[in-house]
Design a protein around this ligand. Sequence first.
Ligand code: NAP
Length: 528
Amino acid sequence: MADSRATQPKVTYATLSAGQTPEFNKAYDEAAERVRKDLGKTYPNLIGGREVAARDTFPDTSPSDTRVVLGRFAAGSRDDARAAIAAARKAYESIWRDLPWKERVGYIRKVAAAIERHRYDLSALLSMEVGKNRLEAMGDVQETADLMSYYCDQVEEHGGFETPMQTLSEKEANRDVLRPYGVWVIISPFNFPMALSGGPSSGALLGGNTVILKPASDAPLTGYRLAECYREAGLPDGVFNFITGPGSTVGDELVNNPGVDGILFTGSKQVGFGIYRDFAKDYPKPCITEMGGKNPALVTATADLDVATDGVLKSAFGLQGQKCSACSRVYVDQKVARAFNHLLVDKTRKIVIGDPVKKENWLGPVINKAAYENYARYTAIGRKDGRILVGGEPLKREPYDHGYFVQPTVIGGLPQDHALSRDEMFLPITCVWEVASLDEALTLANRTEYGLTAGLFSTDQKEIDTFFNRIEAGVVYVNRRAGATTGAWPGVNPFGGWKGSGSSGKASGGPYYVAQFMREQSRTLIRG
Ligand code: NAP
């Protein structure tokens, strides 16, 4: 990968629109050229510092144009997973566990620097592999580097999680230390293939554990490039291992093999809750599952509707609605519902759809055929049981004919307890319901198995206080034009879900994150 350290301002999800400067576009265009020249190669697994060639492979294609093969990856087997576990165990016991924490921090800071250096190439790749527009892609890359830096800061701030304790006699020296568990598996989803591979793996490594990363089969190339950043930072062999293949075989082996000490999974509730139930067998083991969301925005009669519609639009359709924090439900006070819907529909019609590598396009394709088919199914249900206010059609003609492009869609007129108010969908579809009061909106907003994010638009302090006190979600925003329910940033908005959205009650990018990968040991030494 080429060095692209540059003089650009930092892109975050909340400053996306400000980020696309001419310099940014030039650097991104050059990176896209470079990345394209490299497409179509076959990639190995990385186990114990060695490249392990694939016996069987699967193609990684672009959702913008399925004729484009980005790379071929190992359709790994259970044996590959076992080899990765053995390599991670060896590296844990022989070097990483006993390395002074300051050295671990030094390595992870180097990984963050490598990611920053390659950020344009990585961003262009993300656009091609998962359909992120250029700024969303840069956000994912920058977030990864910032997560790593923030976690390093946290470890330093806590002195490596070693705390002197009180004593009961002069001869006693007491310390409380957080120690690693051993081998951690990181299973990541397709939608933030950098941040949700790099953030968790760096957290586990900083805690003194060794890691096996299994990326989503829709985004293995980004995972591989991240592994290269780890390699560039010079991590000892076997400390970070990379293995691709189906969740149903490779993933299943990683989850059920007794040699694994901890798992951090990010993905759907269906898969994650299954792993949570299966993982611990002989004794409890840490299993952190970050799962889906059915995130509501609430709009009261006092809201600024221009701000509210901007915020809802960005969160409903950013990354084609495929964020765990996507806004898929909107509860609007009936007094302003007509005006709100009108404005939202108008703004939605102006969204520019197309190849996300091109700077003019904001909405890219959905990830794969299954998502494309789900879109047809959900819009048909919406049309039957409610009303499509805007959108509702897949895009089949040129230039969309080889990708999974669909129209952003707003649905109204559904019954309050309709299936579309419960299913995550994970598509550029949002549904709007009219409500009589904030009280009703809150009751409906909380009527879900999920509890990830939520947003309120109101200019009334009493309403704002009521929302903060009653909403059941881990990440909540009020009056956020940059995103009603999306766009958390490390060290700024810690990100983690309640209820069916997350198992640990602790958030990524937050002050308690790294400690989750460690266990407490109370050490008493009697002298003389
Ligand atoms: P997914 O289908 O659940 O897959 C997630 C990961 O799990 C992939 O790497 C997948 O591998 C693997 N997997 C599948 N079955 C497995 C099994 N039996 N054992 C072990 N691993 C298995 O999710 P996705 O479609 O990639 O991502 C979208 C979901 O992630 C949404 O529900 C979204 O809300 C959630 N998400 C949550 C957060 C959060 O922070 N809470 C953030 C982002 C996304 P394969 O790809 O090979 O099947």
